[in-house]
Design a binder for this molecule. Structure first.
Ligand SMILES: *[C@@H]1O[C@H](CO)[C@@H](O)[C@H](O)[C@H]1NC(C)=O
Ligand SMILES: *[C@@H]1O[C@H](CO)[C@@H](O)[C@H](O)[C@H]1NC(C)=O
Ligand SMILES: *[C@@H]1O[C@H](CO)[C@@H](O)[C@H](O)[C@H]1NC(C)=O
Length: 308
């Protein structure tokens, strides 16, 4: 449709305005019947905006167009089919109808889809959003894994001089990287403590736990220690937990999470401090403050960005 628009002589600008409206009017019912309740609200807003901009479609003089810059999703033609403008990014609102120009159009490799999302409250109308046409991870020439092509292209456009390209589909082979490391913990005898360790690697890593000074892999034969692993929470990650039930002073020490795959290994450690009730009392700490959850969160989120 934008192509037809462009071919019309300039003095038919009024006709060019009416034509898409007629087509929209014809197409809208088809669309509503074919799709589950798309709520033609945004279509209507699109028409209103077309009307408002109607007199705006002057004869096209490409040399007068402002060149859009920093378009992370590429460029698309504007409502008049004349000048380039930035396309919409993944997750941004878009026009389901290709002839509408209200929210704008999605960039390369993106499709405008109704957000049939799970968290719609009853009666809420799903909104059309730009969605990446592929959800396959890729390995970029910067050695980083991208969740899908749209993410990689965004980064490539943001930093053109980095010459970022796709090396191969699937994640980059990578030695283990500890995405979230265990935190130092203290507690009073008799309480339970848990250390966690979240690892990204491809091929997937195995995790083991050790205590400094002990030459065994935990839990060994110690019935008050248990070890658990689970895949996730992100793709190509595995998370391990070490739980010590009813801690005793002899459990004090440094615990180490070791992650390994064919390419290498990584480790992170944290200390456990065990106070007897007497010791706790003499510190004068009014209640058990939780130190063990505090500041490393910021570090974690930075590391997360490396992957997704
Ligand atoms: C990107 O490619 C250009 C041209 O091929 C080259 O001059 C430049 O050094 C490259 N930059 C990097 C970071 O490889
Ligand atoms: C001590 O352990 C208990 C239960 O295991 C927990 O609720 C509490 O937050 C812990 N205290 C500290 C300081 O970590
Ligand atoms: C803590 O110390 C206070 C006095 O300093 C004492 O009265 C109290 O019994 C102590 N509590 C414990 C659990 O030792």
């Amino acid at each position: 449709m934008p192509r037809e628009l462009r071919r019309l002589p300039a003095n038919h600008a009024a006709a060019a305005l009416v034509l898409p409206l007629l087509l929209l009017a014809v197409r809208a019912p088809l669309r509503t019947s074919a799709r589950p309740a798309p709520g033609p609200d945004y279509l209507r807003r699109g028409w209103l905006r077309l009307l408002a901009e109607g007199e705006g479609c002057a004869p096209c003089r490409p040399e007068e167009c402002a060149a859009p810059r920093g378009c992370l999703a590429g460029r698309v033609l504007d409502a008049c089919g004349c000048c380039w403008e930035c396309a919409n990014l993944e997750g941004q609102l878009c026009d389901l109808d290709p002839s509408a120009h209200f929210y704008g159009h999605c960039g390369e490799q993106l499709e405008c889809q109704l957000d049939s999302g799970s968290d719609l409250s009853p009666g809420e109308v799903p909104e059309p959003l730009c969605v990446c046409s592929s959800q396959r991870p890729l390995c970029g020439s910067d050695g980083r894994t991208y969740a899908q092509i749209c993410r990689l292209q965004e980064v490539a456009r943001a930093r053109p001089d980095a010459n970022l390209t796709v090396v191969h589909p699937g994640p980059c082979e990578s030695e283990p990287q500890i995405v979230s490391q265990p935190h130092d913990v203290w507690n009073v005898t008799g309480q339970d403590v848990i250390f966690g360790c979240e690892v990204f690697a491809y091929p997937m890593a195995s995790i083991e736990w050790r205590k400094d000074g002990l030459d065994i892999q935990l839990p060994g034969d110690d019935p008050h220690i248990s070890v658990q692993f689970r895949g996730g929470p992100q793709r190509f990650e595995v998370t391990g937990w070490l739980q010590i039930q009813a801690v005793r002073p002899s459990d004090e020490g440094t615990y180490r999470c070791l992650a390994r795959n064919a390419l290498g290994q990584a480790e992170a450690s944290a200390t456990l401090t065990v106070l007897t009730p007497d010791q706790l009392n003499s510190t004068g700490i009014p209640q058990l403050r939780s130190w063990n959850m505090i500041p490393e969160e910021e570090v974690d989120s930075e590391e997360n960005e490396d992957y997704y």
